[in-house]
Each structure stands twice: as structure tokens, then as C-alpha cells.
Design a protein around this ligand. Structure first.
Ligand code: GLC
Length: 419
């Protein structure tokens, strides 16, 4: 007889490859940046020393320029494409050439606060690396105001409709021949199509061509879009980083300045026609014109307003489980396709932090109950259909297990298979 808590802990242990945790065996066989931070949060509920190791392994892969990469290819695995040879970043260990949502400072603070004495030295050692990463975001990716991404995968919300206007401008015709591996692990109808994949690969090839010079990629690369999701995550992460810095007696004025200039840029991603924060193509100035879950991360940064509150309730009431990744009343809504409609327990957990801190306790509790119901019905899947709860993507997923342990299980651990 086991409980969901037991199962969640077992998933983290099974996906532990020694110092880092894979998102799920098969589909994602390496270390992913934000997945790893969530894994650390999950471990912190039952093995705090292991949690610190996860965060330390992640930050140890920081590039000299400050970037912390989105994938770290610790060991070769032929089951994943595009692998280290395609990214060709020439790092040891091999990594991809883009970053991912900077949730690490947010989660480092949560871990440190669980046990400030035990965590002090770990937090103090991570702090300068986190500052260097945040400086990279500010210097390299906030040149246009809000956070810009140079590849849809950098957003963590890889295939969401937010990026369609930017993707349309990317020429995928010289992607060359390649064999995808993702569609061998999960139902191809849930994954991005071939045209999109050609464009993803073309963007990687551009990075290789310029030797992963981030300034050149921002200036001339095929894709540059403002991402509301990372903008809000970074704003929140700056605040948490400054909080830790103050506790260490550091001068945090530089972090406060980054945060202020980022907050001042928020009007640039407010789309008055959509009545919401919106992604924007920074090459053409065109808004995406679609309401995605990135907009609702505004709560994390205390940046909501009554119009956005109304939008949240509208899209949420149109589904049954969790907050959808795209607007259910828009034509592009696709409830099972990657980031084009489904609900992600891990994104719900982030939004819940924002709702709670904004004093919206009823909404936080509604989100928790709906997310827990998905996991109770079907287990620890990557994501779910928000209309009928169908489990989608990979199974035994690290971040779903982690947010069960840290958030969704509150007051509701149950026996599984009890007679
Ligand atoms: C997908 C997701 C991304 C995640 C990765 C590993 O690429 O879109 O956010 O980090 O899978 O779980």
C-alpha cells in the first residue's frame, strides 16, 4: 500500500541520475534548467541536502558570460534530438546555447527559508552565481525593455501560440535532414509539427554560426520576442535574490535597479486590444494577439490589474481543471497539444505562489484543488487536458511529482490501491 506522497518521492529518486534529476526517462534524458530547480524544491520536502546538490549542479554549469543553459548533456543519449552535436556549444559538460525561465532564485529562497541555519552556506555560495545569471538577463536580454527570448524553447512554454508571429518570420528551409526522437516517445498529435521543428533547428544553426555570441543573436538572429512569462518570473526572482542579498549583508542596489527598469518596461507588453499582457515580436513590433498562461504569471510579480483579473476568470471558467496554457475561447486552442491549451501543474504551482501573495486565497485554493484532482485521477503526468483531465506527454514526471509534494498535496495525501 502506498500513498501519492510515496509515489512522488519514488519518482524523484528514480529520475535522480546522481547530482541531477532528469524530467522523465526516455523523452527528456538530460538535466533541464527550470525542471531541475523544481526538482530541488521537491527534494527539499524530504531530503534537503539532496535538494541543495541539485541547485548546485545546475549553477555549476554557468557559462563565463553568466548564462545558465537550458539543457546540460551530462551523458550522451541517442534518444533525444537535438543533442550536443547539433548545439555545438563546445562546453564541458556539453550544454544547449539558450537559457530557460530563471526560477532558481525563487526556489533557492524557499529552500533556504525552510531551514535558514542549515541552508545559510549553500545559499551564500549560490548567491554570486545567481547574481551573475540575473545580470546576464539584464544585460543580454532586457535590451528592449521586457525580457526577450531568442528561441521559443527559452520561454519554457515551447510551442505556445505566443510565438506564432515570430516563428512565421523564421526560414526553416535550410534545417537539413534530421530525425526527431520526441515523436517516438509520445503521441505525435500532441507534439509540434514538422514545419515548426525545421524552424527550431534553423534557430539553433544560427547560434552555432555566430559561435553562440549572445549579442549577435539578439541583434541579427532569426527570432526575438518579448516574453511576458519570463519577464514576470525574473521580476519575482530579482526580488527574492535581493531579499537573500540583504540577509547576507550585500549591497543589492544593482539588483533593485534591474528590477525597476524591468517593471518600467511592463507597459510595452500590455496589449490594450487584448486587454492583457501579451508576447511581442521585437523585430516587427507586432503583438502576438493571444492570451497565454505567461500573462497570468503577473501575479508572481504583483503586476496584475482588474482587467487581467477578469481575463483570468474568463479563461479559467471555460475549462474544468487548472489554468489553460492558451485561451479556450480562441481559435488556436488545442486542449492536448503541447502548450496550445493544456494545463501544466508546474505552471499552476508558480501562479499559485502569485495568487497567494496577492491575497487571492480563494483562487489559490481553487487552483490547488483542481491540480490535485488531475494528479489523483491519473498520476504524475507532464501535463493534462484542462477540459476532461486526459493525461498527456511524459509519465512519472519530475516536476509534477515535485509540485505535488510542495504544494498540491496540501491536506490531501491519500492511500493508493488501498482495499
Ligand atoms: C519541454 C517543456 C520545457 C521543459 C522540458 C523538460 O521542452 O516545454 O518547459 O523544461 O520539456 O521537461
Amino acid at each position: 500500500m502506498t500513498t501519492l506522497n510515496d509515489q512522488a518521492r519514488a519518482i524523484l529518486r528514480q529520475n535522480d541520475r546522481g547530482g541531477y534529476t532528469v524530467p522523465t526517462a526516455g523523452l527528456y534524458p538530460y538535466q533541464w534548467n527550470w525542471d531541475s530547480a523544481f526538482a530541488a524544491w521537491g527534494f527539499s520536502t524530504f531530503d534537503l541536502p539532496r535538494a541543495w546538490v541539485e541547485m548546485e549542479t545546475l549553477l555549476a554549469t554557468q557559462w563565463d558570460d553568466g548564462m545558465v543553459p537550458h539543457i546540460i548533456f551530462h551523458q550522451d543519449d541517442p534518444g533525444y534530438f537535438p543533442g550536443p552535436d547539433v548545439w555545438a556549444t563546445e562546453k564541458t559538460p556539453a550544454t544547449s546555447g539558450i537559457s530557460q525561465p530563471p526560477v532558481a532564485a525563487i526556489i533557492t529562497r524557499l529552500m533556504w527559508e525552510q531551514s535558514p541555519q542549515e541552508g545559510h552556506d549553500h545559499m551564500a555560495a549560490l548567491y554570486p552565481k545567481l547574481v551573475k545569471w540575473h545580470r546576464w538577463w539584464h544585460d543580454m536580454r532586457c535590451t528592449h525593455g521586457p525580457v526577450a527570448i531568442t528561441h521559443p524553447w527559452e520561454s519554457g512554454r515551447d510551442n505556445c501560440p505566443d510565438w506564432d508571429v515570430g516563428m512565421a518570420g523564421v526560414d526553416g528551409s535550410d534545417a537539413g535532414p534530421y530525425t526527431r526522437r520526441d515523436t517516438g516517445h509520445v503521441d505525435p498529435s500532441m507534439r509540434p509539427g514538422k514545419e515548426d521543428y525545421d524552424r527550431y533547428i534553423a534557430m539553433v544553426k544560427f547560434g552555432v554560426k555566430v559561435g553562440w555570441d549572445q549579442a549577435k543573436i539578439v541583434e541579427d538572429g532569426p527570432f526575438l520576442m518579448a516574453d511576458p512569462g519570463i519577464t514576470f518570473i525574473l521580476l519575482r526572482a530579482h526580488a527574492d535574490l535581493a531579499f537573500m542579498g540583504r540577509a547576507l549583508g550585500e549591497d543589492v542596489s544593482e539588483i533593485e535597479e534591474w528590477a525597476m527598469s524591468l517593471r518600467n518596461a511592463l507597459p510595452l507588453i500590455w496589449n490594450p486590444e487584448l486587454e492583457a499582457y501579451d508576447a511581442k515580436d521585437l523585430r516587427t513590433g507586432r503583438f502576438a494577439g493571444v492570451l497565454g498562461s505567461g500573462a497570468f504569471l503577473a501575479y508572481l510579480a504583483g503586476a496584475s490589474n482588474p482587467q487581467l483579473d477578469a481575463q483570468l476568470i474568463r479563461v479559467w471558467d471555460a475549462v474544468r481543471y487548472g489554468i489553460p496554457s492558451a485561451d479556450p475561447q480562441a481559435a488556436i486552442f488545442d486542449p492536448r497539444r503541447y502548450w496550445r491549451g493544456p494545463t501544466w501543474p508546474v505552471v499552476n504551482a508558480l501562479m499559485a505562489i502569485g495568487l497567494r501573495d496577492s491575497g487571492l486565497l480563494d483562487l489559490e485554493s481553487r487552483l490547488r484543488v483542481e491540480t490535485a484532482a488531475l494528479i489523483e485521477k491519473h498520476g504524475f503526468f507532464e501535463y493534462f487536458d484542462p477540459m476532461d483531465a486526459t493525461p498527456c506527454g511524459g509519465d512519472s514526471f519530475t516536476w509534477t511529482a515535485a509540485i505535488w509534494l510542495t504544494w498540491a498535496n496540501q491536506d490531501r495525501d491519500q492511500l493508493v490501491g488501498a482495499t
